[in-house]
Design a protein around this ligand. Structure first.
Ligand SMILES: [Mg+2]
Length: 440
């Protein structure tokens, strides 16, 4: 089995020749690697308060202003005297700050630390880069604001499906899979997709599509009747984790086996189906359970194996999210815009500390992006999520017990750099090592 990298940095495993040309067309140019300006413009925030207010209204106003503007001092309400302009943070969320819907114990202290509550009185700009999804960016930021007890703006936030916005210009009718209820259809329509079909629509139209899955009353009400002979699926997007693997896999397989995406026509050669995109490729993720749980990367592996078993042909799919380089390029632009708009810093950071819990996505992506980025991307692996012990498959620059130790390590490193006139030994590799002694 060979693994290659396409223009977006996606791993392509096992090629299907007829899809290659299409994908080469799609991903051959760097313009796909970095989302277009209009996308950045729509995400970046000049006015966090307004965005949060709008998001609140969109979500039915069930959140009080206290939830949005909690009692913790934030840069907007009480800006610390000094903002670090030379370095910044990017955080993964699940397994680093949140686990099983609840904050990791050290998360609040870590964010206070980088918001100025540290011995140096510096606040450090930061963004969040998660492979998770299934909700609009605004809704997820409101969740995060509540969970972490501090204000998080969509201008600081990228989730797995954020780069899929760009695809709305390319495809008209798409099948969107995963997530709760109608949420991913709403996300996709919000991204500008004009004609979004869900598995529910197909089951409602033809109930024996999935022999063992019946729609609930609510699903039936929300789903739409289709003219299957006139519906042509141009691309399939798995936006969030499937809630019904058997049914969703059956429907994805049916689409892949169509002639050019036409739901009423089967291919005889099984190499004429639409492209299949996943918002990330994490095989496992960290929840409140003692052991990791299987995620979207597992569905991807399963579908590729299933396609081979049913058709005898290899299936090639595309994943966004970390560790894909395009996601990091996007993150760097977001960080620069956030620093400029919110912190008034008009230069790129010299160092970005990426704190993550998954070696295969967070650490791998950070290390690979570090190789090509002008800035130093410094990977820090924490032990509160997927990685616990042993030798990680992709070695980080430093390993810590938790996110508080991670931010302390980074700030200490920057301060020591400063005192040494910018010179520092970068050979620090804390693989398996515990946290270096820290002040405070
Ligand atoms: Mg994680």
């Amino acid at each position: 089995m060979t693994t290659t990298t396409d223009g977006f940095g996606s791993q392509k495993v096992r090629r299907l020749s007829s899809l290659d040309a299409r994908r080469a067309d799609l991903y051959g140019s760097p313009s796909v690697s970095i989302p277009p300006k209009h996308l950045m413009a729509s995400i970046l925030s000049h006015n966090t308060a307004n965005e949060m207010k709008m998001a609140k209204q969109q979500l039915g106003g069930e959140i009080s202003s206290d939830d949005i503007y909690p009692h913790v001092a934030t840069p907007s309400s009480e800006r610390p005297p000094t903002t670090a302009d030379d370095f910044a943070f990017a955080f993964d969320i699940d397994g680093v700050l949140i686990r099983g819907g609840k904050p990791v114990p050290e998360a609040a202290a870590a964010l206070k630390y980088i918001n100025g509550e540290n011995p140096y009185g510096v606040s450090v700009p930061y963004i969040f880069v998660t492979n998770g999804g299934g909700k609009t960016e605004e809704e997820r930021c409101l969740d995060l604001s509540r969970q972490l007890d501090l204000e998080v703006s969509p201008g600081q936030f990228i989730c797995g499906h954020t780069p899929m916005r760009d695809m709305a210009q390319r495809y008209n009718t798409v099948l969107v899979v995963g997530g709760e209820g109608e949420k991913c259809r709403i996300v996709a329509e919000g991204y500008g997709f004009k004609d979004v079909v869900t598995p529910g629509d197909i089951i409602k139209t033809k109930h024996d599509t999935t022999p063992f899955r019946k729609l609930t009353e609510e699903e039936y009400k929300n789903s739409r009747f289709l003219d299957l002979n006139k519906t042509r699926i141009e691309a399939i997007f798995v936006f969030a984790d499937s809630r019904d693997w058997a049914g969703d896999q059956q429907i994805i397989l049916d689409c892949l086996m169509t002639k050019d995406g036409n739901l009423g026509a089967r291919s005889e050669t099984h190499n004429e189906g639409p492209p299949l995109f996943f918002s990330h490729n994490d095989v496992v993720w960290s929840t409140s359970h003692d052991y990791t749980r299987i995620g979207m990367g597992a569905l991807r592996a399963s579908l590729e194996a299933l396609y081979k078993a049913v058709t005898g042909k290899e299936l090639s799919t595309i994943a966004f999210g970390k560790p894909q380089i395009g996601t990091y390029q996007f993150a760097m632009r977001l960080l620069q815009e956030w620093r400029k708009d919110y912190h008034d810093i008009n230069k790129p950071p010299s160092t970005v500390y990426f704190v993550g819990d998954t070696p295969e996505s967070d650490i791998r992506g950070t290390n690979e992006f570090n190789e090509i980025s002008d800035a130093t991307w410094y990977s820090i692996l924490v032990k509160t999520g997927v990685y616990q012990t042993g030798t990680p498959s992709y070695p980080p620059k430093h390993t810590c017990n938790n996110v508080l130790d991670a931010v302390k390590h980074a700030v200490e490193r920057e301060m020591s750099k400063k005192s040494k006139g910018g010179l520092i030994d970068d050979a620090d590799s804390g693989i398996g090592a515990d946290v270096a002694p820290l002040r405070n």
